[in-house]
Write a protein that binds this ligand. Sequence first.
Ligand SMILES: NC(=O)C1=CN([C@@H]2O[C@H](COP(=O)(O)OP(=O)(O)OC[C@H]3O[C@@H](n4cnc5c(N)ncnc54)[C@H](O)[C@@H]3O)[C@@H](O)[C@H]2O)[C@@H](O)CC1
Ligand SMILES: [K+]
Length: 216
Amino acid sequence: MTQLVTTSELQLIEEYTMQTMAVPQEVLIERAAMAVQEVIGAGNFDLSNVLVLAGLGNNGADGVALARLLHLQGIDVSLQFVGNLNRAKDSVQHQLKIAEHCGLTRSEKSDFQKATLIIDAIFGTGLNNTIPDGLQKMMRAANHADNSVVAIDVPTGISANTGEVLGSALKAKSTVTFGYEKVGLTKGGGKKFSGEVIVKDIGLLTPENFIFSQAK
Ligand SMILES: NC(=O)C1=CN([C@@H]2O[C@H](COP(=O)(O)OP(=O)(O)OC[C@H]3O[C@@H](n4cnc5c(N)ncnc54)[C@H](O)[C@@H]3O)[C@@H](O)[C@H]2O)[C@@H](O)CC1
Ligand SMILES: [K+]
């Protein structure tokens, strides 16, 4: 039996990890990025031209950290933000600062066709509304291109709680999800869009006797 989490259960686990257990958020972000680096480095993906599409929340922060790790590994990686960077969370700004110190500059616009692998770090468990129209258009174009997509935590456009497609979703070949599999990856659009789901430990700490509502 596999343990599943809802977004509210995950929120409790994240709070417990960072507030009660005092694990810094940066540690979780670094481990999330390293987990994805390990999966994409295992030999099943063409890493000759990697495009990281990063959003403005913590899912984007994971993507920026991953872009930096790949850059330091000598991989040709482009980092493109989706949305106005001025509105990005501090975690994203912080990760971008580290990446820039390591010599990785962000791209303004990237060529989907050129990318051999797209990393989807646009939205994760925080998505709670319909994807804006402009972004839906870009996602449909990416779905039509012939690249492999690896989603970080949850494919963009999928509700991590219900599996519903919130407007449009980015079709992943694999989804690297953190801690526990999200309920939304197991049903509806989530099941269809997430491809192979790989659960990775990133150091989230779960309170003893925590009650999970669902399993599969
Ligand atoms: N909570 C944490 O500290 C950690 C989170 N992690 C990553 O962070 C993700 C969750 O991060 P966030 O909670 O920051 O959320 P996301 O990065 O998924 O989304 C960013 C923000 O977008 C906004 N938003 C939601 N729906 C929208 C819509 N339709 N249009 C425009 N904006 C919208 C919300 O304010 C949301 O906070 C996880 O999936 C995981 O990848 C990991 O780095 C581990 C640590
Ligand atoms: K994502």
